[in-house]
Design a binder for this molecule. Structure first.
Ligand code: IMP
Ligand code: MG
Length: 179
């Protein structure tokens, strides 16, 4: 275990087993349709990379990067698009892939934004869900794990851009935040 971690809450084996299950479920649900997966940078990169290798479907991959307008306006749910898609969404079967749904503000903005581009269908796949923190009503179509209200790192999730490369998910020691 990484020395900055207090505890591992999801092991590499647990994550890999669940990602494979999600891949099989998504493969069944979409049958032979062509799927456009959209990863939300940067946290979803690791999950997306593993997930698509369990999809037995024709799959395209694209990315969006967003940032929230900061703490003061966080409750407004206004997010800024830093990188838009290269692919066209209109008429496509779109799967939004996110690392974690917390307040739901980021994803609800993205869902509205993408719906306005008229996809054939739009679903949400998240690795982690923290439903206790929700500020807007949004429910993922696919969810890896529901977790309690704790700040977690690893498998794509960061604290100050660190720990994304860890193959497991855990909780940081309190002293790490005081550095
Ligand atoms: P929200 O759902 O709009 O509140 O924001 C979700 C985003 O906040 C995620 O994509 C993460 O980037 C970040 N985030 C929320 N909770 C955590 C966590 O426990 N660890 C790391 N990042 C988190
Ligand atoms: Mg994120």
């Amino acid at each position: 275990m990484h020395p900055d971690l207090q505890e591992i809450i999801l092991s590499e084996e647990q994550i890999q087993r669940r990602v494979a299950e999600l891949g099989r479920q998504i493969t069944r649900d979409y049958q032979d349709r062509h799927l456009l997966t959209i990863g939300i940078l940067r946290g979803a990169v690791i999950f997306l990379a593993d997930l698509i290798r369990h999809l037995d479907l024709p799959v395209a991959v694209d990315f969006m990067a967003v940032s929230s307008y900061g703490q003061a306006t966080a409750s407004s749910g206004v997010v800024r698009i830093l990188k838009d898609l290269d692919e066209t969404v209109t008429g496509r079967h779109v799967l939004l892939v996110e690392d974690i749904i917390d307040t739901g503000l980021t994803l609800s903005y993205l869902v509205d934004n993408l719906r306005s581009r008229r996809p054939a269908s739009l679903r949400i796949c998240t690795l982690l869900d923290k439903p206790s923190r929700r500020k807007v009503e949004i429910t993922p179509d696919y969810n890896g794990f529901t977790i309690p209200d704790r700040f977690v790192v690893g498998y794509g999730l960061d604290y100050a851009e660190n720990y994304r490369q860890l193959p497991y998910i855990g909780v940081l020691k309190p002293e790490v935040y005081r550095r």
